[in-house]
Design a protein around this ligand. Structure first.
Ligand SMILES: *[C@@H]1O[C@H](CO)[C@@H](O)[C@H](O)[C@H]1NC(C)=O
Ligand SMILES: *[C@@H]1O[C@H](CO)[C@@H](O)[C@H](O)[C@H]1NC(C)=O
Ligand SMILES: *[C@@H]1O[C@H](CO)[C@@H](O)[C@H](O)[C@H]1NC(C)=O
Ligand SMILES: *[C@@H]1O[C@H](CO)[C@@H](O)[C@H](O)[C@H]1NC(C)=O
Ligand SMILES: *[C@@H]1O[C@H](CO)[C@@H](O)[C@H](O)[C@H]1NC(C)=O
Length: 581
């Protein structure tokens, strides 16, 4: 989760303000406070945008100054975190506010994403148009029983190159284990908990942990045909990051992967793979560009995806496709950031955009070409498209594409949530049955210890159908006695071994959407099974007990590839954090 909370709380803090003397423009701040005090529901959120808009019209500096002061005065975060995060994100919100009607639909979406006070507006109904209708007799992909090949999948590495052994673990910032400027002033103070080698739970991954994982990936999947990396290279100290550092972070990890892995990596662009974080302005916005992200990654990945795909990536806002040599499998890497609610550039226009930057059009064209060529496709992306932090409209349109090309899509792979989990698409969301399950997205756990034990996955894949036969999860137990010396990675569980027998899965059958659907049905009835699934999400780190509404929502979230059906109640999700990122 991004430090959006910082801004949100800053604005909420304003509502509590007794004195506004420290902020630049007293009258507009007083108006703002009056309005925000009443912002408790969607209508009042809209109303409170008016004084914010007035402030924004006075210029970015005034806007940033006011909100930073409020954040600092109310000690919502440390002063440096307030200043850094707000300097980066608030100008985007100010830009938005100068361009929209505070009572319009875009404002409602902003009140959902930024303040958690509105439900998203209903989906703007749109029937997606396809070049051809689905073939009457779909091509059949049949296994000939040849042995499976292997694919590794890792995600959300969040490498902190400034991780310092001996630095404070128990700090006051969103991530710790580094020497922060303002903590040097308190040098006299003794460090309470010293960061150890290879990582701590309050901190992002040291480079040594990333290296250790890549070695383990190479060992666990030495014969892998390729690997998937579903994004987020940079650390979560987002208030300190700039373009130079994020570029360097991405380049260094590209070198690290190339040095350690003996097979290609197919990557995606995560929301942290830009600076400021989530900074992906649409092509309709005149703004600081984000092209450098696509340039850096296409340069770094060119040797794996070939020059044609690297060119495509630069010209398709970071999306590309590539056919795995010697196969009929097309990897389609999609940039999900133009659908991501915390990308504040999405709120700078009242005109709804069905397909920002043409990502959906790209997906349709690639899928149609694959269908025509008799290929199968794996979609890879950062944010699972059915999650509550994806725009309802684009999630719905994407789901329509999945329905149309369900026969061509053999798998979908995501990251972002930092959890080993999945989501299923159905042909009828009012009637979610095994027969109606059409596709499944598998989500990889994270490397960063912030969300649990570091973990990655290895798939066994049928070489004729390109369907996943098994998903094995590997992890490094941070409490293991040797972890501080050399992390040891071990098989955590095999999905086929854990769930297959419970569902009488025939040995030749893949882990199909119907299989995963049947697992959800079994979990509804079997609490032990559900608890096992839950504990597998974060490499076995203990979770809070989840029953009743918690359990229902968790299972519901598995059963949707449309955010409108994700069972997330919007209220306050943007503050409590909707998972990874
Ligand atoms: C970590 O910091 C918190 C708040 O400052 C304090 O309550 C807690 O005791 C500290 N934990 C350790 C292990 O020092
Ligand atoms: C790159 O791979 C694609 C298939 O994905 C192929 O059509 C194209 O010719 C290749 N380009 C080069 C320069 O090898
Ligand atoms: C639900 O879908 C199943 C197919 O899985 C079908 O047999 C059944 O009639 C459907 N029920 C409703 C109410 O549409
Ligand atoms: C799912 O369960 C249904 C109903 O029990 C069964 O008919 C079907 O074969 C199962 N599908 C898979 C893939 O396990
Ligand atoms: C419930 O799940 C547990 C754990 O996977 C399994 O051992 C047990 O047999 C299941 N019970 C039933 C009734 O299926």
């Amino acid at each position: 989760m991004v430090r959006v909370a910082t801004i949100t709380w800053a604005i909420y803090g304003a509502a509590l303000a007794a004195s506004a003397t420290a902020v630049p423009d007293v009258q507009s701040i007083l108006d703002l406070i009056r309005a925000l005090q009443q912002a408790v529901d969607c209508d009042s959120c809209h109303a409170s945008l008016a004084p914010l808009q007035t402030l924004a019209k006075r210029g970015d500096e005034t806007f940033v100054g006011a909100i930073t002061n409020i954040c600092t005065i109310f000690q919502i975060e440390d002063a440096d975190v307030c200043a850094g995060a707000i300097k980066d994100q608030a100008p985007i919100l100010a830009h938005d506010l100068r361009h929209i009607d505070v009572w319009g639909e875009t404002a409602t979406k902003m009140c959902d994403a930024v303040f958690g006070l509105c439900q998203p507006p209903p989906v703007n109904e749109l029937r997606m148009q396809f070049p051809k209708s689905a073939p009457e007799i779909p091509q059949v992909f049949k296994s000939t029983g040849r042995p499976p090949f292997r694919v590794a999948h890792f995600s959300d590495v969040h490498i902190d190159r400034q991780y310092t052994v001996g630095a404070e673990v128990n700090c006051t910032k969103p991530i710790c284990c580094r020497h922060y400027e303002d903590q040097k002033e308190k040098k006299g103070q003794r460090i309470k908990v010293q960061a150890r080698r290879h990582g701590e739970r309050n901190c992002d991954s040291p480079a040594s942990l990333a290296d250790s994982m890549l070695i383990a990936v190479q060992e666990a999947a030495s014969d892998a045909m390729f690997s998937l990396f579903t994004g987020d290279v940079a650390e979560a100290a987002v208030w300190l990051l700039d373009k130079t550092e994020v570029r360097k972070d991405m380049q260094e990890f590209n070198h690290q992967m190339a040095a350690r892995l003996g097979f290609p990596v197919f990557g995606v662009i995560g929301n942290h793979d830009s600076a400021p974080v989530n900074n992906f302005p649409r092509s309709t916005t005149e703004s600081p560009d984000v092209q450098w992200v696509f340039d850096v990654q296409s340069q770094g990945w060119r040797k794996w995806i070939n020059s044609t795909s690297a060119y495509q990536m630069v010209h398709t806002s970071g999306s590309y496709s590539t056919v795995v040599p010697g196969t009929k499998l097309k990897i389609m890497s999609i940039n999900t950031n133009y659908w991501y609610k915390q990308n504040f550039w999405l709120y700078d226009n009242d005109e709804p955009q069905a397909d920002p930057n043409g990502i959906l059009a790209f997906i349709i064209a690639e899928l149609q070409a694959a269908e025509d060529a008799g290929q199968r496709v794996w979609v890879i992306g950062h944010s699972p498209v059915g999650k509550g932090d994806i725009m309802w409209d684009q999630s719905n349109y994407y789901d329509q594409i999945v329905q149309r090309y369900k026969n061509t899509i053999a798998g979908q792979f995501f990251g972002h949530t930092h959890a080993d989990e999945l989501q299923i698409a159905y042909s009828d969301y009012k009637n979610r049955t095994a027969a109606n399950a059409v596709s499944v997205g598998l989500v990889a756990p994270a490397l960063t210890p912030r969300s649990g034990n570091p973990a990655f996955k290895v798939y066994d894949v049928d070489p004729d159908t390109y369907e996943v036969m098994d998903a094995k999860s590997y992890f490094a137990d941070m409490t293991h006695p040797t972890f501080r010396h050399t992390p040891s990675w071990a098989l955590f569980y095999s999905a086929r071994a854990a769930y297959g027998p419970l569902l009488n899965l025939p040995s030749s059958a893949s882990l199909s959407p119907a299989f995963w659907h049947n697992l959800t049905e079994l979990m509804v009835r079997n609490d032990t099974l559900f608890d096992e699934y839950q504990s597998r999400k974060n490499g076995g780190v203990r979770r809070r007990r989840c029953r009743g509404e918690c359990k229902e929502k968790t299972i519901c979230q598995m059963m949707s590839m449309r955010s409108e059906d994700d069972c997330v109640s919007v209220l306050f999700t943007s503050m409590t954090g909707s998972g990874g990122g």
